[in-house]
Design a protein around this ligand. Structure first.
Ligand SMILES: *Cc1c(COP(=O)(O)O)cnc(C)c1O
Length: 231
């Protein structure tokens, strides 16, 4: 039963860790969604998770998701798909069509394009604003200092269904202060959801209030490193 092969068992183990940490933190485990990040893994491998009863997944590239998910959603109509990678404006239409949540809204032009598509398609996937909590130049996300204004613009001016915030802490740094910062920005803006925590730090994220954790490697095994960059 190695990490690489037994997707069903990995799901059980990951869920158990989440539940345990939640209980210790005095949180209701039912308030925490496990988003299984299936990027780079093929449809057969994803099916293992679906057949084990898992229903919430994350992909980071629009085109890759389009290649795998229409058929999977046909077979498992209650499966939910989150976009967790950078989104280009010219893919707003396809994203609104396919995804049940878009976690990477981070600039006004993109927000406008997504709002327009929602109107056009009469479909309203949950939206998260990605915050670049580490203020890393190469990383997507609105800067913490611009977050309040951006939430206002997206939610109040464009009418986007903003449900929460998402972050990816800098690699090699303790994630705690990033999780705490994200939670603070969400709280002062009245946003209930926090998407934070990956295979290496989801337990810490749960302690700091994550409503969903995005776990790939711990469920599906390691990925070829080539395809990391986003949509
Ligand atoms: C790949 C990815 C994850 C999952 O990472 P693991 O370390 O494999 O759990 C989570 N969030 C985002 C945005 C990702 O791109």
């Amino acid at each position: 039963m190695t990490l690489d092969t037994d997707v069903a068992q990995n799901l059980i183990n990951t869920r158990a860790r989440i539940d345990e940490v939640a209980a210790v933190a005095g949180r209701d485990p039912g308030d925490i969604t496990l988003v299984a990040v299936s990027k780079t893994h093929d449809a057969d491998r994803i099916r293992l998770a679906l057949e084990a009863g898992h229903r919430v997944f994350g992909e980071n590239r629009v085109q890759e998701a389009e290649e795998k998910w229409p058929q999977l959603k046909e077979a498992f109509p209650d499966a939910k798909l989150h976009l967790i990678g950078p989104l280009q404006r010219n893919k707003a239409k396809r994203s609104v069509q396919l995804f049940d949540a878009i976690e990477t809204i981070d600039r006004l032009k993109l927000a406008r394009a997504v709002a327009r598509e929602m109107e056009e398609q009469n479909r309203r996937p949950d939206c998260y604003i990605q915050v670049n909590t580490g203020e890393e130049p190469q990383k997507a996300g609105v800067l913490p200092g611009d977050a309040d204004d951006f939430v206002c613009q997206c939610r109040d001016e464009l009418g986007l269904p903003i449900v929460g915030l998402m972050c990816i802490p800098p690699a090699g740094e303790e994630p705690f202060m990033h999780f705490a910062l994200l939670a603070k920005i969400a709280e002062r803006n009245g946003l209930a959801k926090l998407s934070m925590g990956m295979s290496g730090d989801f337990e810490a994220a749960v302690r700091f209030g994550a409503s969903s954790v995005r776990v790939g490697t711990a469920i599906f095994g390691s990925r070829p490193s080539l395809r990391e960059p986003g949509a």
